[in-house]
Structure formats: C-alpha cells, structure tokens
Design a protein around this ligand. Structure first.
Ligand code: S3P
Length: 171
C-alpha cells in the first residue's frame, strides 16, 4: 500500500475525510500540521505570529523529508501549502480534495466551531487575500494531483468512498 497524500485548500475537509477513510480501510492517518505542532510544542497560529510563515515552511520541509524516508501505508493529510514540497510526488499518491472557494468558506462558517476554525488559520484572516491565494493555488493543485475528489455537496462518507474507489483504480 502506497501512502495517500491529501492536498487541498484550507477548510476543504481534509481532516474529516481522512478520519472517515481510516474507519473504512487499513490505512493509518497522520496530519502534517499536527506533526509540526508536536515537534514545536505550540500551535500553528503561534508559530506564524512569533516566527513567521517562512519558518513554518521550513518545518514543512523537514516533515516532508521524514515522510519520504520513514512513512508507509499511511493517509497523510497536509496543510494547504504543503503541496509546494518538491519531493511530494515521492511520498505517495496525491489526492486533491477540490471545492469552489465560496463553498469552503460556507462550510467553515456553518461549522459549530467556526470561530476556532477561522482563528487557527492565519491565512484565512483576510478573506479577500485568501481568495487570491485560492485562485493562485487551484491550478497548481490540479496539475499536481493524481486523483481529484470533488467534495462540493457531498458528505464525508461519500467523499471517502469515492476516494478509496479511485485510489484502488489508480494503483
Ligand atoms: C496553510 C494551511 C493550514 C496550515 C497553515 C498554512 C496554507 O492548514 O498548514 O495555516 O498555507 O494553506 P489547513 O489546510 O489544514 O488549514
């Protein structure tokens, strides 16, 4: 079993889909943001505030090296900017969770923990800038992805079933 790497914009539901996939498969799941938070023993938000985005990207780089060397049979969900890691193709099959920007924002705002979800993501603080980032990244996500799952209007269960079906067909 190759690793599956979930990429996609902030708030698209990478964590929720990953949790659903592991219920229905033999994969274990890890999350690059969680790894960084435990390496540093502090929140992503604090890392951005205290040391800036560039420092955070360096941490993502060390995580990507470790993943390539040491991780197998795992579903890896990633932060929205992790796709820029140059070795990402060597880590596993890349699955993009795709959704229009407005649907992502609606999904976050309707969540019971909306305030927390927005607060923990420094790059979502300004929605106009976040939309620009989305527009710049989406073609890059699409170019990189081996598999695309359109999550818009689908439940996490439906996304998980589609993902596993497409991964099976891909390998
Ligand atoms: C980022 C996305 C975040 C987190 C950090 C930067 C990005 O992860 O890694 O705030 O550059 O898009 P999520 O995609 O899980 O929100």
């Amino acid at each position: 079993m190759k690793n599956i790497i979930l990429i996609g914009f902030m708030g698209v539901g990478k964590g929720s889909v990953a949790r659903e996939v592991i219920k229905n498969s033999k994969y274990m799941a890890i999350d690059t943001d969680d790894l960084i938070e435990s390496m540093e023993n502090r929140r992503i938000k604090t890392i951005f505030e205290k040391d800036g985005e560039e420092y955070f990207r360096k941490l993502e780089k060390s995580v990507s090296k470790w993943l390539q060397m040491s991780v197998q049979n795992t579903l890896i969900s990633t932060g929205g900017g992790f796709y820029k890691q140059t070795n990402i193709k060597n880590i596993g099959i890349i699955v993009l969770l795709d959704s229009p920007f407005d649907a992502i924002i609606k999904r976050i705002k309707e969540h019971s923990n909306a305030v927390k979800k927005l607060k923990k993501r420094p790059l979502l603080a300004d929605l106009e800038k976040a939309k620009e980032l989305y527009d710049a990244r989406r073609p890059e996500y699409l170019k990189l992805a081996d598999i695309v799952v359109d999550v818009n209007g689908k439940s996490v269960e439906e996304c998980s079933i589609e993902l596993l079906k497409k991964v099976k067909r891909h390998v």
